[in-house]
Design a protein around this ligand. Sequence first.
Ligand code: ADP
Length: 405
Amino acid sequence: MNTEGNIDTHQQEQEQLQARMKRIRRKILILSGKGGVGKSTVAANIALALARAGKQVGLLDIDVHGPSIPKMLGLEGHRVSAVEGGLLPVDLGDNLKIISIGFMLPEGDSPVIWRGPLKYNVIKQFLKDVVWGDLDYLVIDSPPGTGDEPLSIAQFLAPDALAVIVTTPQQVAVSDVRKSIQFCRKLQIRILGIVENMSGFICPHCGKTVDIFKTGGGRTMAREMNLPFLGSIPIDPNVVTSSDDGRFFLTQFEGSPAAQAFETVIRLVLEQDNAEKELFPMNNKHTDPVRHLKIAIPVIDGRLCMHFGHCQHFAMVTTTGTKPDTGLAVEYLPPPSHEPGALPRWLHEQGADVIIAGGMGSRAQELFRQSGIEVVVGASADTPENLVQMYLSNTLTSGQNVCDH
Ligand code: ADP
């Protein structure tokens, strides 16, 4: 084929791809710095939750090195069906369609050796040829890292792609997550936020969360990088059980702390999506919106009240401006009633991201975390402004959570 012919084919393919992608309102790449952090689990459950929220959703598993969606959803052995005009996704009903690169691979455990250009072409073919129809969301389980494959996907989707970055508490300390963030920024992919997976362990005896590794790093990193934090999902052995059974964790273990954490993530994804519409009505910029933190502190006589149940007010401190000119705005609100669970609900309604307290029982800490609020305990009876300054400069540390079963 001559060069002109190649250019024509390339252009034709590009047009087909764009025509297909135009029918999809939002494309969300689920990214991680490394494999094994729960990226596919998060992708599958985000897709399901969006579908349950009434959105038309496609889940595209393009993790060429280890497509785990077929096994996770009991679709092993399924083969891709080709129809005129493209490849048909599996329609699971209830607004959710799925296609995986695993549907095209030989069965069994034999590893597939992909040559670079083949991977690129398969990824392009998937994006170009899958007949999704009209979708609200396409959730894409991308290969881990920031190498050639995620790059090809992002380039095919840019400038429309959005990203959710999945990490674990151990991983946030290393540079992989920063690399994923930089990767998105370079490609002008707007990051919807960071999810910290395997964050603490739900004790099977007492049901409480035990922080095996230091948690909260995902939130700290999100704050440092001026990104939304979407939530912490605890380690729950039932996540593995449901994946082994080929069932969605969210439906099988509805109401569990990990399922509730997933629901928080998804609510924030939807909120971010709506926020984008408000922030960027003529959106072409794809910059991360400036996100201000709201920090709640129980106070008595203008200083932190060591027992939050006895406080006179809650100081709601909001960060203003952007680094290095971050300022603080403080508002004092009367506390809600003393019923169990009222405070986490109330603070959540007030939009609090963090609560700084003196002492707090582990059950109360858990309730706040389930509401997507970071808890910092062990703070001294200082003024709200000083405490927030210490918090922002990372000099306030969280006390240990004790499992008291
Ligand atoms: P990745 O896509 O990043 O390689 P997976 O989603 O395949 O990761 O998850 C790797 C393993 O960890 C799977 O066995 C999965 O069931 C398990 N897993 C993921 N998230 C959790 C969690 N929150 N609690 C317990 N196990 C989890």
